[in-house]
Design a protein around this ligand. Structure first.
Ligand code: HMH
Length: 212
């Protein structure tokens, strides 16, 4: 899976949003757009993880995805409750601002696969959310950022705690037993959501709005 996503991942690391985050040159307005959109994203993401929890059979993935769903809600509350005011954004304005086009597309795709795909397909679709952020966190942590606000964000995803969380999900993905046809669908979902991760940063870079 990772091999197939590698070219997209390289493009992610070279994206001006992440280069600017590490250099401290990213405009605060772009980061603010990202944090607002990520709030909307995490709301949908936690519900996707709850779906995967409910649809799992063995105890361990039921427990793991339920925990991760709760964690995503906590991250949304904590990270964003502290970051948003520092970016001059009132958390009460989140609903008024709403989810942008890329956020809507990405979360709709995730929700559709987690609700109507096979369980393995759902796991494959959410995996890049974990994996890409871990790799980005790790890579950016090597340099961190001269901007303390950006450095704080980098630390969240470069942390050993997040690393351990991602290892658990990769282990679940490795243990999946699927037919060749289902595996092809899993690979496709993984490629699509990795691409959406690139698009999510790109949308923030350009502060993408609905065209009409
Ligand atoms: C868009 C996006 N993908 C992945 C993560 C990691 O949970 C996040 N916070 N936001």
């Amino acid at each position: 899976m990772w091999q197939r996503a590698e070219p997209t991942y390289q493009r992610i690391l070279q994206h001006p949003f992440l280069l600017g985050l590490a250099e401290g040159t990213l405009p605060r307005e772009s980061f603010g757009y990202f944090v607002v959109q990520d709030s909307h994203y995490l709301r949908a993401y936690s519900r996707c993880l709850s779906l995967l929890s409910a649809r799992a059979l063995p105890e361990e993935p039921v427990r793991m995805f339920a925990l991760h769903a709760a964690n995503a809600v906590d991250v949304e509350r904590e990270l964003h409750a502290s970051l948003l005011p520092e970016l001059g954004i009132d958390p009460a304005d989140l609903d008024r601002i709403g989810a942008g086009p890329t956020t809507t597309a990405y979360t709709s795709y995730l929700t559709a696969v987690c609700a109507t795909g096979s369980w393995a397909e759902g796991v494959a679709a959410v995996l890049p959310c974990y994996w890409v952020y871990r790799e980005v966190g790790r890579t950016l942590l090597e340099r961190s950022s001269p901007d303390p606000l950006y450095a704080r964000w980098i630390e969240t995803y470069g942390s050993p705690e997040f690393d351990a969380v991602v290892d658990q999900v990769v282990a679940v993905a490795d243990a999946l037993e699927v037919s060749a046809a289902e595996e092809a669908r899993c690979l496709e979902h993984f490629a699509v959501t990795t691409r959406y991760e690139w698009m999510f940063w790109d949308a923030a870079s350009r502060r993408l709005a609905w065209p009409v």
